[in-house]
Write a protein that binds this ligand. Structure first.
Ligand code: OSB
Ligand code: MG
Length: 374
């Protein structure tokens, strides 16, 4: 199979409400989508999770766009299309830039699945028809607003809630949510906001409020601080930003710095790597679950397909369309089903369709690549 056309689109969608983390506030999400079209007619979409500014990782929308346009997409026209499994070895010479690589790779997976007339989930080896999910709740202007927000997610059917925390927005909001909702599965995520000296205080409120899991409290490279927190026990320490490849996962597991892994294909350079890191984590006794980056329905369809694999044993950050966008890019939108689950798309390829009206409304820029003009 050869590539007929590649498209790199930049889109912007307004979030239903601002999403605040320890990094800052996002009101609209600007992101890239790769669309590949093979000579057979099969097509595949891949979403890039690099944000406007390099706050979560060193990549940004601009660096990802540059690398996709200058290297990753032109390379796909050189020979026969690599299989998605072989893809990462064709871009190994380029360091880092995992989100950019993942956007191209995940489009290739979707295209491959469509060409085979199989669902992406099946193509990735997923066997579950529905996956359990939760919701990630941003930092709110005040505690009553937070309690109301959480209450409304619980009444929509979510059973697991992840609160974004940071120094100054932790013990009190977590206590308020726990008081109001004694049975909710409560996780927190700090996106590296704490200094290692905060460990004892974090452990104390997490333990007191029965927080099940504390995600990435310390800096990406600080395995030692995560190890020390993990040794206090009573809750799981989960790593997100710290784990980008096998070596960082092995270092973390050897040290006992985590008991749960947030798996994001963008962070680790693609769905293939995400799958093998999840497998590796589980072999070492570490739980695995699929995270999110406020993706549109396209990216969340990939995340659902990945999460349908049986390695994933904790509920993912893959919420329904209406949690993120009033008008999602896809139709039908993804909806929350019974028992805090979302159905995995089962049609061929990605299994969801782009809504052309919303696509046109969200589109800011687009560039096309063909064999003659790479
Ligand atoms: O750390 O998990 C994170 C969103 C943007 C950047 C980082 C993170 C997040 C989320 C959102 O928590 C999860 C979702 O997409 O529902
Ligand atoms: Mg996180």
């Amino acid at each position: 199979m050869r590539l007929a056309k590649a498209e790199l689109a930049e889109l912007e969608l307004p979030l239903v409400e601002p999403f605040e983390t320890s990094f800052g506030v996002e009101r609209r999400r600007r992101f890239l989508v790769v669309r590949l079209q093979a000579t057979t007619g099969a097509e595949g979409y891949g979403e890039c999770v690099a944000a406007a500014l390099p706050l979560y990782s060193g990549e940004s929308l601009a660096t990802a766009s540059w690398l996709l346009a200058r290297q990753l997409l032109p390379r796909l026209f050189r020979d026969e299309l690599p299989s998605p499994e072989a893809y990462s070895s064709t871009v190994d010479d380029l360091r880092g830039n995992r989100m950019a690589k993942s956007a191209a790779e995940s489009a290739l997976w979707a295209l491959w699945a469509e060409e085979d007339r199989r669902s992406l989930a099946r193509t990735l080896g997923g066997r579950q028809s529905r996956v359990e999910v939760g919701v990630s709740v941003g930092i709110q202007p005040d505690i009553p607003t937070l309690v109301r927000r959480v209450g409304s997610y619980l009444s929509s059917g979510y059973r697991r809630v992840k609160l974004k925390v940071k120094p100054g927005w932790d013990a009190a909001p977590v206590r308020a949510v726990r008081r109001e909702f004694p049975d909710v599965r409560l996780w927190v995520d700090a996106n590296q906001a704490y200094r290692p000296s905060a460990a004892a205080r974090i452990a104390s409120w997490a333990h007191r409020e029965s927080v099940e899991q504390v995600e990435q409290p310390f800096a990406e490279r600080n395995m030692l601080a995560h190890q020390e927190l993990a040794q206090t026990g009573g809750f799981r320490v989960c790593l997100d930003e710290s784990v980008v490849d096998e070596a960082s996962l092995d270092e973390a597991t050897e040290r006992g710095a985590l008991s749960s892994l947030n798996v994001k294909s963008g962070r680790v350079g693609g769905l293939g790597n995400a799958r093998s890191l999840a497998r590796r984590a589980r072999r070492r006794g570490v739980h695995a679950w699929v995270g999110g980056m406020l993706e549109s329905g396209l990216g969340r369809a990939h995340n659902l397909a990945l999460a349908s694999r049986t390695e994933f044993d904790l509920p993912g950050d893959i919420s329904a369309s209406d949690r993120y966008y009033a008008e999602d890019l896809i139709e039908p939108p993804l909806r929350l089903g019974p028992s805090s689950t979302i159905e995995v798309p089962r049609g061929p390829g990605l299994g969801v369709e782009v809504n052309p009206r919303i696509w046109r409304k969200a589109l800011r820029k687009t560039r096309s690549f063909t064999q003659s003009n790479p």
